[in-house]
Design a protein. Structure first.
Lengths: 379, 326
């Protein structure tokens, strides 16, 4: 065994386990076991009314139904690409439902579950992946920023926005989403430094889904990601990202601390991307089917369903109702996507600047004249 | 008395002070800009008077400065970011090009980005590597950004205030070797528009275009040329994106000859774009091809060689001779 391997083994987050990405770590915050058993955690209690529990299940199920429909639409040629959230529903819904109305979320391009919790119309997300726009929702009204595709860039935006909240004396916080791969980006590390030195009210919510497209977490970090926070001088916590209750509790606590002036927290939501990176990806080239099978046993929706059914909080009529609602949602998403008009060609010129420049106005006029020159011409 | 003699550096300082006074949302951010007042002292005394929340000494990371400025702008602030030297803007290049420049378009106007990126640029100060560059073409090539370059204290005083008040992101280029040049600034005057070029010396035989530190060189060249009987018109371009070329076209139609001068390498520089535009628009008026005088297509050299690299009076006059020789 080489020295490198020895060192790696010492910092392995799962001592004794064959694969370091498997849960069971003593540090993992969990309130609902994969079998659907409600457990307590000394630091994170959560008292959720039955109605809210059913609401969380509804969120998870509908978001997954949306995701399934979007993947199908891409396969049928109606979307250019789709970034599936399959397997990460609990991480996203739990984090999204922890937000207060005045908090601001800064997503990557996969946070459809958070978009759902912010009241963003799924069609406004679909339009991005269909190529109609860069995201059709209003980031100011929904307090959900537009998707940021450059990896990690939004962490600095969330930190800067949080510095603005500080200056305004606002009792709100920002929630920056990032993936495990993003933690290697310089800008993400700069955001952590900024947040720490200014004690900015920002929570970094890292969904560790084990892969940056094909490259496993072991190639991004020699330490568990949540432990990095200590080096920046603020708390880090690892939560079972497939446990919506634990994610809700941990994120609520971190946001509350940020709002109270205690500065940032780094949350590592330990989860698994059950689908491909995007519809353009082929995960069979870099991971074993057996791994996926293991994670299916920790499915975030199945465990909440088991808990609700076993505890009598929801009955089969409720689950049937949610299924039917999901089918209606999927039908609306399908028809709405197919009916989206193509944008006007002049759109490309119209929002480059708040104050249009004369040269660009001239280009726009040339564009219009060029296309007008074909009017009445037989094709 | 509203008129006083100011250096470019002091004019920027006074202009920034005015911007801070005029709008409580203005926030200055940068490395060493607070207690130290910036390495060129452009922000001297501002943190003392406006506090640490408005004149922010940031950690030493340029992407962090621009990235957090984006977030502050989303929250309604107007960040003015100082990049310490031209060559240090590149760590922030990703944020500037992929975020600052594109968020207005991405959001279809819902998220304005009123960010000013101040960059002391250009050479001639005997500095080490990365302290003498002219990166304007990278930014002028990027849709969503606007780029201006000031050449004198009057434009510095008004320009920085106009840039801060403008709704779009602006790369604001300051001619570092001219920071100590002086002029009378009338603070009660009405400033001209920010995005406009300006004829700074009239002439009939040739049109000489420059911006930033090269405006002084161009004016000196025009003076020498006049002594040789050649009447050279000098235009201070002032705005590099958008370009304001109507006054240039008007001039070239009269003179028939045009030379562009800048410190940046000539290949694919501003001069290349301007030469193309002038040729497209003034083709039948031209007596000679549009010539370019600029830096060579090399990395900026060690300071003992920078006088060979930078356009100077002789190289501009040589180009004038060549243009007149056609």
């Amino acid at each position: 065994m080489s020295a490198l391997q020895q060192t790696t083994e010492v910092v392995d987050p799962v001592p004794g386990a064959d694969a370091p990405h498997l849960p069971g770590q003593p540090d993992l915050v969990q309130l609902l076991t994969p079998e659907g058993e409600r457990v307590e955690h000394p630091d994170y209690s959560l008292d959720v009314p039955d109605e809210e529990l059913r609401g969380l299940y509804r969120d998870l199920a509908l978001v997954r139904r949306w995701d399934v429909e979007a993947t199908a639409l891409q396969r049928q040629g109606e979307l250019g690409i789709w970034a599936s959230l399959l397997g990460q529903e609990a991480a996203q819904v739990g984090a999204g439902r922890a937000l207060a109305e005045g908090d601001m979320a800064f997503p990557t391009y996969r946070e459809h579950g958070v978009a759902w919790t912010r009241g963003v119309d799924p069609l406004h997300v679909m339009s991005l992946f269909r190529g109609v726009d860069m995201g059709g929702w209003d980031p100011v009204a929904t307090r959900f920023n537009l998707y940021t595709v450059v990896i990690g860039a939004q962490c600095l935006h969330a930190t800067g926005y949080a510095m603005g909240l500080q200056r305004d004396g606002a009792e709100n916080a920002t929630l920056a989403f990032l993936g495990d791969g993003a933690t290697s980006q310089g800008e993400v590390n700069e955001a952590l430094i900024w947040a720490a030195t200014f004690a900015a009210p920002v929570v970094f919510f890292c969904q560790n889904n084990q892969y940056a497209i094909s490259v496993p977490i072991e190639r991004q970090s020699r330490v568990p990601l949540f432990q990095r926070a200590a080096g920046f001088g603020f708390p880090g916590v690892r939560v079972d990202g497939n446990d919506v209750l634990a994610v809700l509790a941990v994120t609520r606590a971190a946001l509350a601390a940020a709002r109270e002036g205690q500065g940032p927290t780094f949350i590592e939501a330990f989860t698994y991307r059950m689908g491909a990176h995007t519809t353009s990806d082929d995960p069979t080239r870099y991971r074993l089917a057996s791994e996926l099978e293991e994670w299916k046993l920790r499915d975030p929706i199945a465990r909440l369903k088991a808990h609700l059914a076993r505890s009598g909080i929801a009955d089969s009529a409720f689950f049937d109702e949610v299924d039917a609602e999901g089918d209606e949602l999927a039908a609306r998403i399908r028809s709405g996507t197919l009916e989206m008009p193509d944008p006007a060609g002049t759109e490309i010129f119209d929002h480059v600047y708040a104050e249009q420049t004369p040269p660009l106005a001239a280009q726009r006029a040339e564009f219009v004249a060029y296309h007008a020159s074909f009017e009445g011409v037989e094709q | 008395m509203s008129t006083e003699t100011l250096t470019i550096g002091k004019a920027l300082n006074v202009g920034l002070r005015k911007a801070l006074e005029d709008d409580p949302k203005v926030v200055l951010m940068g490395e060493d800009i607070g207690r130290l007042g910036g390495v060129f002292r452009i922000t001297d005394g501002l943190q003392k008077d406006f506090g640490e929340a408005r004149v922010v000494d940031t950690p030493l990371a340029e992407a962090g400065i621009l990235g957090t400025a984006v977030g502050l702008a989303m929250r309604g602030y107007r960040p003015v970011c100082e990049i310490q030297f031209d060559g240090f803007v590149f760590p922030a290049y990703n944020q500037i090009v992929t975020q600052v420049a594109k968020i207005h378009a991405r959001s279809r106007g819902r998220l304005p980005m009123p960010i000013v990126i101040r960059i002391p640029f250009g050479g001639g100060i005997g500095a080490v590597e990365h302290h003498s560059e002219s990166p304007e073409a990278y930014f002028a090539h990027t849709a969503g950004l606007k780029v201006v370059a000031v050449s004198n204290p009057v434009d510095a005083y008004w320009g920085i205030q106009q840039a801060v008040a403008h709704p779009d992101p602006i790369v604001f280029l300051e001619p570092k070797r001219r920071y100590w040049e002086k002029a009378e600034v009338d603070r009660a005057a009405t400033p001209g528009p920010l995005f406009a070029s300006r004829v700074v010396r009239g002439g009939d035989d040739l049109t000489l275009l420059a911006y930033g530190p090269m405006v002084k060189t161009a004016l000196q060249a025009a003076q020498v040329a006049a002594e040789e009987g050649r009447s050279v018109e000098v235009v201070d371009l002032r705005t590099l994106s958008p370009l304001d070329l109507e006054p240039v076209f008007e001039s070239v139609r009269r003179t028939g000859r045009c030379i562009v001068v800048h410190e940046a390498p000539v290949s694919l520089g501003l001069g290349a774009e301007i030469a193309a535009r002038v040729t497209e628009t003034c083709f039948h008026s031209l007596e000679a091809p549009v010539l370019r005088v600029g830096g060579y297509d090399t990395p900026y050299p060690p300071s003992k060689l920078e006088e060979e690299y930078l356009p100077d009076l002789d190289r501009v006059l040589d180009a004038v001779d060549r243009s007149m020789g056609f």
